[in-house]
Design a protein. Structure first.
Length: 308
C-alpha cells in the first residue's frame, strides 16, 4: 500500500511559493530546517533570518518548518522576524512540557506545525515514553506528532503502538535517527530497510534525522563513517511502497551507483512522496544543491539558482 504524505508536507497555503515548478511533488516539504542543531549549530537569530530567506527562495516548496528545541521558545519573543513563522518543536525539555511549549510559542505569534520527542534512550523500553507522547498527541490534535524510536529493543512493538494510535485518529508518526557521533548510531542498510518495510506494513509514515548530508551513500573521510544517502532512501521507499521486500530495499540503500537511483527517482518525480515524510538538515543548501546537481529538480533561472 502506498502511503502519501502530501497532506501534511505541502507548502503552507498562505506563504508565497516561488519556484513551485522547479520542485516536483516528490520533493515538496522534503527538508525541515534544523539550522540550530549540530553540526550547523546556528544561533537562533541566524536561523530565523536564514529561514525567512528560504521561505521566499525558488526552492521554498521543498522546505518544511524551522525546527527548534523547546528550550529556545522563551527566547523567541525578542525576534520580531519570528512572528508568523511556521515552526516545529523538538522536546529537549521533556515530553510532559511539550503542550506548554506549544502554547507559549503560539502566544508569541508563531505557528507550530509539528512536535517531536524521543520516547526512550537506546536500550530502554520505548513503551512508557510512547504512551505519554500518545496522550500529548490527543491534547495537540491539530499538530503532527513525531515519536523518535530507538533502533533497538522494542522497536516493532512501538510501531504497533503508533499504528494503533493512528487507527484511532491520532496524527502521530515515527521518527528514527540515521547517524550521530558514533559508528553504532548509523544503522546498516539491512537494518534501515527492515525499518522502512515495517513502517510500510503498518501504514506508519516516518521522519529521519541525523547523518543525511549527501544524496548518495558515501564515506566521510574525516570520521570514517559511512553515511546513508537521502536519494538511496527515497528510492528504497518508492520500492517498498510498491511492495518490495527487505532484500530489495537493502540493495537500494547500499548502492553507491547514482545512475539507477536517479532513474528510479526521475520516473516518479510527479507523484507525492510515499512513506517518508522527510528529514531535518542543519544546512538545507546541501540537499538542494545535491538534487539539482543530479538533475532531479526542475528548471531554475541561473540568476537565482544558488541556495541561500
Amino acid at each position: 500500500m502506498i502511503v502519501s504524505n502530501d497532506s501534511w508536507r505541502a507548502s503552507p497555503s498562505n506563504e508565497t511559493t516561488p519556484g513551485t515548478g522547479a520542485i516536483p511533488p516528490l520533493f515538496r516539504g522534503f527538508v525541515d530546517d534544523a539550522a540550530v542543531f549540530p553540526p550547523g549549530s546556528a544561533s537562533l537569530s541566524e536561523a530565523i533570518t536564514g529561514h525567512a530567506r528560504h521561505r521566499t527562495a525558488w526552492y521554498a516548496p521543498m522546505i518544511g518548518p524551522l525546527v527548534l528545541p523547546t528550550s529556545m521558545v522563551p527566547s523567541l519573543g525578542q525576534f520580531a522576524g519570528a512572528t508568523g513563522m511556521e515552526i516545529g518543536l523538538v522536546a529537549d525539555t521533556g515530553i510532559d512540557r511539550l503542550s506548554g511549549a506549544v502554547a507559549e510559542a503560539t502566544a508569541l505569534g508563531l505557528r507550530v506545525r509539528q512536535v517531536e520527542a524521543a520516547v526512550a534512550k537506546r536500550g530502554e523500553d520505548p513503551q512508557p515514553g510512547l504512551a505519554r507522547l500518545v496522550a500529548v498527541a490527543a491534547e495537540l490534535a491539530d499538530l503532527d506528532v513525531f515519536a523518535e524510536i530507538p533502533l533497538t529493543m522494542g522497536l516493532h512493538q512501538a510501531l504497533d503502538r503508533v499504528a494503533d494510535a493512528r487507527s484511532s485518529g491520532a496524527r502521530i508518526f515515527a521518527k528514527f535517527r540515521t547517524g550521530g557521533l558514533a559508528a553504532e548510531l548509523f544503522p546498516t542498510p539491512g537494518e534501515l530497510a527492515a525499518v522502512i518495510t515495517a513502517c510500510r506494513d503498518r501504514n506508519v509514515p516516518f521522519k529521519l534525522t541525523a547523518g543525511l548530508h549527501r544524496a548518495i551513500r558515501h564515506n566521510d573521510p574525516e570520521t570514517g563513517f559511512t553515511h546513508h544517502g537521502f536519494v538511496n532512501i527515497l528510492a528504497a521507499c518508492l520500492d517498498a511502497a510498491a511492495g518490495a521486500d527487505v532484500a530489495a530495499a537493502t540493495e537500494r540503500l547500499a548502492s553507491t551507483d547514482p545512475v539507477p537511483l536517479i532513474e528510479t527517482i526521475r520516473a516518479r518525480r510527479a507523484t507525492p512522496r510515499p512513506l517518508w515524510t522527510g528529514f531535518g538538515s542543519c544546512s538545507v543548501a546541501e540537499p538542494v544543491t545535491d538534487l539539482r546537481s543530479l538533475g532531479l529538480l526542475g528548471e531554475v533561472d541561473e540568476a537565482v539558482a544558488s541556495p541561500a
